[in-house]
Design a protein around this ligand. Sequence first.
Ligand SMILES: [Zn+2]
Length: 169
Amino acid sequence: MNFAEYFCELSVLEQLRFGSSMLGKTKEEIKEIHNNMETKRLILNSIQCKHCLDIITSHSVHDYVTCKCGKVSTDGGLEYQHISFTSKLDFKNLAVYSTDTFDKIRESFSWGSYGKSGKEEKHWIILKDMSDNHIKAILITQKQISDFIRNLFIKEQQYRKDNNITIKE
Ligand SMILES: [Zn+2]
């Protein structure tokens, strides 16, 4: 999907939000944002070991995870997928990309959370399971998240609206 197609799929409100997020940015910066949106990006970096059947997920660049039996590993988080194996028959790749359907994306993308208090141990919540308020709070308070991630949350809000889905805390 190119940027024009992507933009047309957004609701008017999303288009307005997107437009206002471009205020003050240079032409080069805007071009970069558009390019990033059109690039195939990782949503889930997971593999399943065919020996021990363990499913492992790398959440960040230096999150090197190995299955229970030690035959396969994956690394790279959502930046790149680096799989270690002996034979390609050792694992099944469960990776999900931004080019997959949104139904699949919302069941795959996970957000690292320290709980409402911010003091819990870090745990991962799947986008489709996050409460409406949690998503709203992230969009308001987490200014550092990338436009790519921000747009996933905005798309999820729209998806819930279109499908009459409400997720309470
Ligand atoms: Zn294994």
